[in-house]
Structures are given as structure tokens and as C-alpha cells.
Design a protein around this ligand. Structure first.
Ligand code: FAD
Length: 472
């Protein structure tokens, strides 16, 4: 059968962009459908605008901590119109950078929602497109929890947060995950009274408890109020416009605006997946290890398969799925075999890769903990970033299972540990690797040295052998 295209991508976030841009460079005939904006959530209402806001907030906070100019009434100068600036950056990136990438692709932008007519045919508005292989990359949308009274409130989500004209006087945030934490700190540093309310026992619930404790301590020091383990029973809108969250624990928490950051949902109904024989659950499109859906010429990549909700994972899956569509059987790759590092871009940043301590305990894997603290590192002290730690879970003989880094630059540093876990590099190899000094990354080498020192201290035989060989 002859098709219009070799590759058809639905959705142009990080996953869909990775597929289409790689496929066109391979010389394939590519079509891409995007109902809203190039770059998807990440570029327009996710990673990029949120990091831009955090960066402005960090600058303002730094001026407050280390005033280089006289503060007015103890406050640093206001950062004028942060959201307008962000919108300006996004427009520039989209117009000057992203748009030009799609010249060699048949792009169906803002022509409607794609839906399956049959396993090889997708409809967009009045158009019908057929393709040999189809890559679904339609992402997620914010979860709106079924809390009584929520519908009566003009709430914010990441979809409209960056459309604000100014920083509100106070912000209630439902959700203590990455988005909730990042936005609480950004808004607080821009002069807003931020409050996080969530059900889990700790901030960033999927992460390390010690990391969460440091984050909470920092947040409280910056005036952010954190309510862990709370159930919101009702939301009320007062006459003057204030919003009140009623908790099961009896609190009434008041704020001017409300941000929902309570998780994601995967909306799939509009795609008419049943016409293509693609199975799915509430947790996303079902995929096998090669990222194929139940119809084997259809792949589901990025957030829409519900596996790892990160942009880098989405891009990686796009690449792996396309490789799997091309490579012969034995060379196909299992996407689950790749490690997925992640970072919460708060200050201090919290980053993690590999197995957590809890997972190691659940799986009965013997491990030891090796750590180096920022507070013991001269460079960190001198740069006034002496909060945090590098903590590594490894076997006695240096097999690395996982790492947690809290502190300045941890989002960059975690990549080294991701490489180590994925490539089965051992601690002695990191010890032998020179690390540029005085970077914060040097703390990673220090962990490897601490491991070696511990081995020496514990083993009289190793010490004897070292002495013996030295004196030969
Ligand atoms: C505030 C915030 C901050 C974040 N920060 C980070 C971060 O720092 N690091 C990180 O790794 N991740 C971050 N994320 C998560 C990241 O945005 C997502 O993991 C990533 O965007 C997923 O990429 P994707 O390609 O799977 O889907 P998306 O980026 O969601 O793109 C899907 C695209 O498909 C389109 N689409 C959907 N249905 C159809 C249809 N029927 N027809 C046509 N088009 C359709 C949508 O319009 C959308 O453009 C953040 C998310 C949020 C909300």
C-alpha cells in the first residue's frame, strides 16, 4: 500500500519534535500535526517560562541577600513586568528559532485536532493524511481535582499562569511536586506570599526525604508556608475575591489567587484511538519496551504514555522510537533500559537519578551511603552556596545504584551520575577522573574519594597491602 508519508507525528512538543526533525534529516517524508503551538507544553507553558521566572526571581533574591544598592524599605527593586518579559522571550524563540526548523516538514499547525480514521489514516479538519508509521506525542494537561467549590474559583494552572499581568499579593498552591515547589519559590521571591498545600508527607514526594526536608527549611526561611499531609475538603470564594481552602485538619487558608499543580491527566478521547486499535488506560497509551502501541506501526512517545513526565525523557523516547522503527530486530532498543535523571529547579536545586534508598530497601539490595556536604567545601562556602549534599548509594565495591544531589548546580552535576549508572561506571573510576576545580561538580569526585577512604579504614588487609607495595 502507498501512503502519503513515511512518518506522521501528532503533537509537536519535545517528543514529536524529536521524531519529526530526526526523521526529516534521515531523508524520510514527514508530516506533523500540532493543534496549538510549536514546542508543546515545555516551550510555551512549562519548562521554559517557569525557568525564566525562576531566574528573574533568583536575581531579585540575590539583590536582597547581597545588596549592591540601597534597598527601599528593606525591599530590592521590583523586577518590572516579569510575565511580559517571558512572553517576549517565548515569542522570540518561537519566531526566530523554532519556526525555521520545520521547513522540510509538511506542517499542519492550528488546523484542528488530529484524530484517527483508521490505523494508517489521520484526519485534521477537512484534511486526510495517511502514513506508514504514526507517532503519537500528544502530552498531558493539568489535573483538576474534584474538590467542591473549585469550579466557582478563577483558578490558575500552568496553561494560564504565564498570562498574568502581575505578581499577585498572595498565592495558594495545591501540589508539592516539582511545579508547585518551583512556582512557590519564584512567586515568593518576586514579592508574593506563597502557600503550598498538598496531601503527601513531604515536598517532592517521589524524591529523597532528606532533600525534601532541606527544601522545606529553605522555603520556610523565605516566608513560604508549607502544609504537608493535608486534604482539602472545600474551596470557597469570598465576596471580596479572596479564596479560602478548607482542610480536613480544620485549617482555613486564605489567598488572592489559586494555582493548581496537583498532577497531570492524559486526555486521549479526542484522538479516536479505537479507530486505530490502540489500547490505553487512564495512565496513558499502553506501550511495549520498544515504545510501540498495541497497533505495531504506531508509537506513543513522551508524556502521553505516562512513563516519565519530563521533557528530556520525551525527546529521548522520540529518538528511541524512531530508531526502533528503522533498526533490525536485534538492534532495537528497550527504552526502559535508559536511566532518567530529574531536577527540581528550586534553590537549592534537587536532583536525582537511579534507585532511591527506599527502592533499594524494598528490593533487598545491600548498599552503603557515601556523601559529601556543600558546607564542608571551601568553594561552596566562599560562593555562599553552602547548603546541600551529594549522596550516593553504592555497593561496598563501588557499584553505583543511585545518586541524590541537593545544592547549587545539582541539575548539571546529576548528568555525570546518570552516565555512571547507565554505563556501569564504578566509584573508583570517578575517583580517577579529574574534575575541574573549583566547580560544585568537584564534590562528586570527593564522594568517590570518601568511598575509597572508607574501604581503606575498614580493611586492615588493604592498608597492609598498600604499605607493603609502597615499601617494596
Ligand atoms: C510548569 C511546568 C514546568 C515544567 N518543567 C520541566 C522541567 O524543568 N524539566 C522537564 O524535563 N520537564 C518539565 N515539565 C514537563 C514537560 O513540560 C513535559 O514533560 C514535556 O512537555 C512533555 O513533552 P511531550 O512532547 O510528551 O508533550 P507536550 O509538550 O505536552 O506536547 C504535546 C503537544 O501535542 C499537541 N496535541 C495534543 N493533542 C493533539 C491532537 N489531537 N492533535 C494535534 N496536536 C495535539 C499539544 O497541543 C501539545 O503541543 C514541566 C511542566 C510544567 C507544566
Amino acid at each position: 500500500m502507498k501512503y502519503d508519508y513515511d512518518v506522521l507525528t501528532i503533537g509537536l512538543g519535545p517528543a514529536g519534535m524529536a521524531v519529526s526533525l530526526m526523521a526529516v534529516e534521515m531523508g524520510l517524508k514527514v508530516a506533523a500535526v500540532e493543534r496549538r503551538f510549536l514546542g508543546g507544553e515545555c516551550m510555551n507553558v512549562g519548562c521554559i517560562p517557569s525557568k525564566s521566572l525562576l531566574s528573574m526571581a533568583k536575581t531579585r533574591h540575590a539583590v536582597r541577600r547581597f545588596p549592591v544598592m540601597e534597598l527601599r524599605n528593606g525591599h530590592p527593586p521590583a523586577i518590572g513586568r516579569p510575565f511580559e518579559k517571558i512572553r517576549g522571550y517565548l515569542k522570540y524563540i518561537n519566531d526566530a528559532k523554532t519556526a525555521g526548523m520545520f521547513e522540510k516538514i509538511d506542517l499542519f499547525l492550528q488546523e484542528g485536532d488530529a484524530e484517527f480514521a483508521d490505523p494508517h489514516t489521520v484526519k485534521v479538519g477537512a484534511k486526510t493524511l495517511t502514513a506508514k508509521r504514526i507517532f503519537i506525542a500528544t502530552g498531558t494537561s493539568p489535573l483538576v481535582p474534584p474538590i467542591p467549590g473549585l469550579a466557582d474559583v478563577d483558578y490558575l494552572t500552568n496553561e494560564n499562569l504565564f498570562d498574568l499581568e502581575g505578581v499577585p499579593e498572595s498565592l495558594l498552591i495545591i501540589g508539592g511536586g516539582a511545579i508547585g515547589c518551583e512556582m512557590a519559590q519564584a512567586f515568593a521571591r518576586l514579592g508574593c506570599k506563597a502557600t503550598i498545600v498538598h496531601m503527601d508527607a513531604q515536598l517532592v514526594p517521589q524524591g529523597d526525604p532528606e532533600a525534601a526536608a532541606i527544601l522545606q527549611q529553605q522555603f520556610e526561611a523565605e516566608g513560604i508556608t508549607v502544609y504537608n499531609g493535608r486534604e482539602i475538603t472545600r474551596i470557597e470564594r469570598k465576596d471580596g475575591g479572596d479564596i479560602v481552602l478548607h482542610t480536613k485538619q480544620g485549617e482555613q487558608l486564605v489567598g488572592r489567587r489559586l494555582l493548581l499543580a496537583a498532577g497531570r491527566q492524559i486526555p486521549l478521547a479526542g484522538l479516536k484511538l479505537e479507530n486505530a486499535g490502540v489500547a490505553h488506560t487512564k495512565r496513558g497509551i499502553t506501550v511495549d519496551a520498544r515504545l510501540r502501541a498495541s497497533a505495531k506501526h504506531i508509537f506513543a512517545v513522551g508524556d502521553c504514555n505516562g512513563q516519565h513526565l519530563f521533557s528530556h525523557a520525551a525527546m529521548h523516547q522520540g529518538m528511541i522510537a524512531l530508531m526502533n522503527a528503522m533498526l533490525p530486530g536485534p538492534m532495537k532498543r528497550n527504552f526502559r533500559s535508559f536511566v532518567v535523571p530529574w531536577t527540581v529547579f528550586s534553590d537549592p536545586q534537587v536532583s536525582q537519578v537511579g534507585l532511591t534508598e527506599k527502592q533499594l530497601q524494598e528490593r533487598g539490595i545491600p548498599y552503603e551511603v557515601f556523601r559529601a556536604n556543600y558546607e564542608d567545601y571551601g568553594a561552596a562556602i566562599a560562593e555562599a552556596v553552602d547548603t546541600g549534599f551529594v549522596k550516593v548509594f553504592a555497593s561496598k565495591w563501588g557499584k553505583i545504584y543511585g545518586a541524590v544531589i541537593v545544592g547549587e548546580g545539582s541539575g548539571e552535576m546529576i548528568n555525570e551520575w546518570a552516565l555512571a549508572v547507565q554505563s556501569r561506571t564504578r566509584l573508583h573510576q570517578l575517583m580517577l577522573l579529574q574534575h575541574s576545580f573549583p566547580t560544585m561538580g568537584f564534590l562528586s569526585k570527593r564522594v568517590a574519594e570518601i568511598w575509597m577512604v572508607k574501604r581503606m579504614q575498614e580493611s586492615a588487609t588493604m592498608r597492609w597491602l598498600a604499605r607493603f607495595m609502597y615499601r617494596l
